[in-house]
Design a binder for this molecule. Structure first.
Ligand code: GUN
Length: 293
């Protein structure tokens, strides 16, 4: 069993990005600039955004954090999005989700200029991904593809089960795994809350990508000997032994599943660090105007 070390791979990629940024700047180019909008004080979102800002520093990017209280109006938020769309100094930006209930996430996502949508959430980027055109790809699935690539994990012709059908992870993950590409070229099944025989689907899978947000959902009896298991779960569960009072729990019952696997990602230290570094890669692409002018 090989433990996939997302922390080490992400540190390596950050170094690669930082080296490229210094080359760009030394040649008189522009330092990439990522802006992030954070609404309210959700604990998870605060942590994610703080980590994104920290990663920008490690990569040599400029970053801007724009904060609003949870009672900001949709109109105010949309006005800021438009301002960032027009700001030539900002190469890419994100609006951290979830947003308070009185704001339409879809409206906000669609207001972002797709050429600055480094989250890859805008329908133009999602549509371009679906038909295999260059675009910004959602960070978590893109990070998983990068892990599969760097660990030389064979995906061509393999049976891949994606657990979960969210717009951010499950759907783009399935799209990437079925893409005519390497990694890719897999036979993909997407399972969700209405799937009839999810356990049987998993038992037949060469690769399981679990992104349903249910701690310990994938148990040993669901996993074939030699399978590759990628755990996207990051549910916070109370843990009095931690300074923060909680720990992150994956969707996979790691202790019993790991011995059956050829490769498995831990939580934390697997997919999580790759998500942030994928956003950094998209920001570098935005800075270089590599996808859109
Ligand atoms: N909330 C959870 N994941 C993400 C993400 O990748 N981007 C944004 N903007 N919000 C999120």
């Amino acid at each position: 069993m090989t433990l996939i070390d997302g922390k080490a791979v992400s540190a390596q990629i950050k170094q690669e990005i930082a080296a490229e940024v210094e080359q760009i700047v030394a040649a008189g180019g522009k330092r990439p600039h990522l802006a992030a909008i954070l609404v309210g004080h959700d604990g998870g979102s605060e942590t994610y955004v703080a980590n994104k800002v920290k990663a920008c520093e490690a990569c040599g990017f400029k970053s801007s954090l724009i904060r609003y209280e949870a009672d900001v109006t949709e109109a105010e938020l949309l006005a800021k999005v438009e301002e960032l769309n027009q700001d030539a100094d900002v190469d890419g930006f994100i609006v951290q989700l979830p947003l308070p209930k009185h704001i339409s996430e879809q409206k906000v996502i669609e207001a972002i200029d797709y050429r600055k949508d480094v989250d890859g959430f805008h329908p133009i980027n999602v549509g371009r991904l679906a038909i295999g055109l260059p675009c910004y790809v959602s960070a978590t699935p893109n990070g998983i593809i990068e892990l599969l690539r760097r660990y030389n994990i064979e995906t061509s012709g393999k049976k891949c089960v994606v657990l979960g059908r969210s717009n951010i992870v499950g759907k783009p993950m399935a799209t990437l795994m079925m893409q005519k590409a390497n990694p890719g070229d897999a036979t993909v099944t997407v399972c969700h809350s209405h799937s009839r025989d999810l356990k049987k689907e998993c038992q037949e899978a060469d690769i399981i990508i679990a992104a349903i947000g249910k701690p310990n959902f994938v148990t040993a009896d669901m996993v074939k000997e030699g399978a590759v298991v990628i755990d996207v779960g990051t549910t916070r569960v109370p843990d009095a032994t931690k300074k923060s009072g909680f720990r992150l729990n994956g969707d996979v019952k790691f202790d019993e599943v790991a011995p059956k696997c050829s490769f498995i990602t831990p939580v934390p230290g697997g997919v999580g660090p790759m998500t942030i570094v994928s956003l950094m890669k998209n920001t570098l692409l935005a800075g270089k105007k590599a996808i859109y002018q």
